[in-house]
Design a binder for this molecule. Structure first.
Ligand code: ME8
Length: 535
């Protein structure tokens, strides 16, 4: 039976258009999901939008439209961007979907009945932007939100609370028994030392000061406060407590299914403390992993609308193609660490890795096969010398490392291995000097072997890069003349499959960029929103 895998992105706030940071997280999840699917895992990949809350209500009021109209407009921009980035999500959950609303009401009722939720009143320093209450210490004497730096306001209102106390021991026990639950591990220590050890406050799960939210059936002047609403998307999207819950049974309820939430550091507390507790309340299993990725930043800090330093993915995709943008994200920002977007690095990645390394290997190999063998890839003769054997063994090792690293979510490293293989093959051309072998009729078998090895490396690289190269892998296969039945992952370990195929030279895979001109062009794309804001 196929192994199962369920992966989610955070559900984004549709309070403004998506920027490259949102695209980063979704692309990484897409690369992981595509990789698993390709390797035969039964995979479910979820993304969506988190549409309730005071901020959305205020933004809509400012535009003179209803919150529903507001989110409907912005959600289209998210969906369009995912299409442009070739995101292969299996579902898109909106927290305004009826399936979600109905289920959250049932979940709230269950928790209320069990005594996990109780009515009290809340008074505290509230940040509208972050939709979070903060303690006196956190806001300091200046009363500033510790997260976003905006002024906070003192609020007092009746509210329902989620009672955390009875679940703390089970939570710590889960951390102990599942050491990779929170990755990287430094995040786990932060959760334990900053939030759990000092004593966890109960979580406010309803509000009465605005009404753009899911109504509490038992007490209709309350709406469900945003984190109980938001986090449960991961199960409502699968059909939890709904008429057709087959996906929920198939993925969440199967203990063998690996469940991974990928998130940014800003929301770690909610995913690693409250979410497992909510699941405990509902008697459900917990996810296997919460992977905290880093931020994609601009030189002057975190991308934000107010700073006007965001960059949209569209002009990059239009100019350089979707594969280049996806590759940039995977390679430039080690998954789990922060990265800085600069035009220089973007152009450097395309030129060094894509044009000079992969593109060049394809170009040279296909040209030589045309020149020396009239376009037919030679059959495998086994390894005729040490470097042949070394290259063949590196292909095998690369596949093994690629799988292990990907399974451990060390995504950037997994793809680095593929690039290392391609670099090695370029060097192998220099070492084996086919142009010299071609001059000596007695070296014909050796020349054949070199071409066969090179074609195989390209085949392996094309296959392993497929989760990133949503269009270019097929272009590699087209140039190698690979028929449809060989474009499947199961064959990647079989050497010499390409003997007898006819290569077909095509356009350059990634044309080399004029660095100076392109750096300037990208800098202009980055300046555009600032200028618009100024205007
Ligand atoms: O927090 N670099 O939504 P959100 C990389 N609705 N990733 C970035 C990023 C950047 N510069 N900026 C944002 C919310 N992200 C809640 C989540 S989940 C049940 C509810 C990514 O629109 C990152 O993954 O603020 C971060 O966690 C997420 O977008 C936050 O999106």
């Amino acid at each position: 039976m196929a192994k199962k895998f369920y992966i989610t992105t955070p559900i984004y706030y549709p309070s403004a258009s998506p920027h490259l940071g949102h695209a980063y997280c979704t692309t990484m999840c897409d690369v992981i999901a595509r990789g698993k699917r390709m390797r035969g895992f039964e995979t479910f990949f979820l993304t969506g939008t988190d549409e309730h809350g005071e901020k959305i209500q205020k933004n809509a009021a400012a535009k003179g439209i209803t919150p529903q109209q507001f989110v409907d407009e912005v959600v289209v921009r998210f969906k369009d961007l995912w299409k442009a980035m070739y995101i292969s999500n299996d579902d898109f959950i909106r927290t305004t979907d009826k399936r979600h609303v109905d289920t959250v009401q049932k979940i709230f009722s269950t928790m209320l009945e069990k005594g996990d939720i109780y009515l009290s009143s809340y008074s505290g320093w509230y940040c509208v932007h972050e939709e979070s209450y903060w303690t006196e210490t956190q806001v300091g004497p200046e009363h500033i939100c510790p997260e976003c730096g905006r002024p906070v306001e003192l609020k007092d209102e009746p509210a329902y609370f989620y009672h955390c106390g009875q679940h703390v021991d089970a939570l710590l026990d889960y951390y102990d028994k599942n050491p990779s639950f929170i990755t990287p591990e430094s995040r786990k220590n932060e959760m334990v030392n900053t939030f759990i050890k000092p004593g966890l406050s109960d979580l406010c799960v309803s509000r009465t000061s605005f009404d753009w939210g899911i109504q509490v059936v038992e007490d209709p002047k309350h709406v469900v406060y945003v984190w109980l609403d938001a986090l449960t998307n991961y199960i409502t999207a699968l059909g939890y407590l709904q008429e057709d819950d087959s996906r929920f049974q198939n993925f969440w309820q199967d203990p063998e299914c690996e469940i991974v939430h990928v998130i940014g550091a800003d929301i770690t507390r909610f995913h690693t403390i409250y979410w497992p507790m909510f699941l405990e309340s509902l008697g459900l299993r917990k996810p296997n992993r919460v992977f905290v990725h880093g931020l994609l930043m601009m030189k002057d800090g975190k991308m934000s609308k107010s700073k006007g330093n965001t960059i949209s993915a569209y002009p990059l995709i239009e100019r350089y193609g979707v594969d280049a943008v996806r590759y940039y994200m995977v390679s430039e920002v080690p998954f789990g660490s922060d990265g800085v977007f600069t035009p220089e690095q973007f152009v450097m990645r395309i030129n060094q890795d894509l044009a000079n390394n992969v593109g060049n290997l394809l170009n040279r190999t296909v040209s030589m096969i045309q020149k020396y063998f009239d376009g037919t890839i030679p059959e495998d003769h086994g390894d005729l010398c040490e470097i042949d054997a070394e290259l063949r063994s590196l292909c095998d090792k690369t596949v093994v490392a690629y799988e292990t690293l990907n399974d451990d979510l060390r995504v950037t490293e997994a793809y680095e291995k593929v690039m290392d293989l391609v670099s090695r093959a370029n060097k192998y051309i220099e070492e084996s000097a086919p142009w010299a072998l071609a001059k000596d009729p007695e070296k014909k078998a050796q020349l054949e072997s070199v071409m066969c090895h090179l074609a195989h490396v390209l085949y392996v690289a094309g296959m392993l890069l497929k989760p990133i190269f949503v269009t270019k892998s097929d272009k590699i296969f087209d140039q190698l003349g690979v028929p449809a039945e060989l474009r499947c992952y199961e064959k990647v370990r079989e050497f010499g499959l390409l003997g007898g195929l006819k290569v077909c030279k095509g356009d350059q895979l990634f044309p080399r960029l004029d660095a100076e001109a392109e750096i300037k062009a990208i800098a202009e794309m980055m300046a555009a929103p600032k200028e618009k804001a100024a205007a």
